[in-house]
Design a protein around this ligand. Structure first.
Ligand SMILES: Cc1ncc(COP(=O)(O)O)c(C=O)c1O
Length: 357
């Protein structure tokens, strides 16, 4: 029940134990195709350039930014927690001029501040985190998406924690580049990053005048491994993790996205009610709360480190601590994918009652 990785279904673990085939074996190429289609379905996109980066969410973040930004480009980066800060760092390493739009931790980004930033520069892109795992904030995207497009810029979204756990519509919301991770609400092993790029983003890639500074993440190279009748060797894919990913996607689609979102919302409410009865207070205002990552302030007198270590050692339950200014003050309780169920919540309440009483 931490901020990820979440529990993994035995079907997925079993798939990961399948004997390995070569990364260009026709059977493996078919598996890549299956994964691509299921990635499109779960992102709700028809983007052709949709695939899985063979590295964790941070590599998905880097893939989006190093491919879309060139030295001297301008970028508006929204920061309302740890991960927005990382995007700004990467954008600066690409040589871009970064315009930071910040919100206090625990609050969403205010669209009017994005508008102000867009008026001051000529941005190539706006980047924003949909679900800030460090604070538990769900960021509304619709208004920011339209103002980004009005300014002629591309919208880049971090959906590492929101993907497969709450509403996310890549095409309808006008998202041009998106990345996620496999270890949160998708409940697959960590270490892979599903990504997708709109036609507008692909055009921006084609118009680059400089080489992408990362060889491994350069889309013009890696796309030949994921698309076309004849696949070209780019790198040795993590075959076992991909077997697991395909099975995890099948489970998501068998449940159905809407049913999965509802399950995350329902269990969040169950957790919220029980935590509030026990004196925990939510950090984030109701409309902006993430269902899959519950950031709560500790009740007076509850010690963070010793209580979390008792939860882990005596009850086998992991919850996440706070980051940055929130270290020692909040907990981040995950309800992600396979871990999002009433049984986990009951066990947590039982453990808390026995420790806190
Ligand atoms: C919102 C967000 N973005 C990016 C990342 C980085 O992902 P990874 O740790 O898989 O590299 C995380 C990881 O927790 C995250 O929560």
């Amino acid at each position: 029940m931490g901020p990820g990785p979440s529990d993994i279904n035995p079907r997925v673990l079993q798939a990961m134990a399948t004997p390995v085939v070569g990364h260009l074996d026709p059977e493996f190429v078919q598996i890549m195709d299956d994964i691509k289609v299921m990635t499109q379905q779960t992102f709700r996109t028809s983007n052709e350039l949709t695939f899985t980066v063979s590295a964790p969410g941070s590599a998905g973040m880097e893939t989006c930014l190093v491919n879309l930004l060139e030295p001297a480009d301008e970028a508006v980066i929204c920061i309302h927690g740890v991960f927005g800060g990382r995007m700004a760092d990467i954008a600066e390493r690409c040589g871009a001029k970064v315009w930071r739009v910040e919100a206090p931790w625990g609050e969403p980004i205010d669209p009017s501040q994005v508008k102000d930033a867009l008026e001051q520069c000529s941005p190539k892109l706006v980047a924003i985190v949909h679900a800030e795992t460090s604070t538990g904030v769900l960021q509304p995207l619709d208004e920011i998406s339209s103002m980004t497009h009005d300014a002629g810029a591309l919208l880049v979204v971090d959906a590492v924690t929101s993907y497969c756990g709450t509403e996310l519509n890549v095409d309808d919301w006008g998202i041009d580049a998106i990345y996620s991770g496999t270890q949160k609400c998708l409940s697959a092993p960590p270490g892979l990053s599903p990504v997708s790029f709109s036609q507008r983003a692909v055009e921006a890639l084609e118009q680059r005048s400089t080489k992408v500074q990362s060889w491994f993440l350069d889309l013009s190279l890696v796309k030949n491994y994921w698309a076309g009748a004849k696949r070209a060797y780019h790198h040795t894919a993590p075959v076992s993790a991909m077997f697991a990913l395909r099975e995890a996607y099948r489970i998501v689609l068998e449940e159905g996205l809407e049913a999965r979102f509802l399950r995350h919302r329902d269990n969040h409410k169950l957790l919220r009610d029980g935590l509030e009865q026990r004196g925990f207070e939510f950090l984030v205002d109701e409309p902006y709360r993430l269902p899959m990552l519950n950031a709560v302030k500790l009740p007076q007198g509850v010690d963070d480190a010793s209580t979390r270590s008792r939860l882990l050692n005596e009850f086998n339950i992991e919850v996440g601590g706070g980051l940055g200014n929130f270290a020692g003050k909040i907990w981040r309780i995950g309800l992600m994918g396979e871990s999002c169920n009433p049984d986990h919540i009951d066990k947590l309440f039982h453990a808390l009652d026995s420790i806190l009483n």
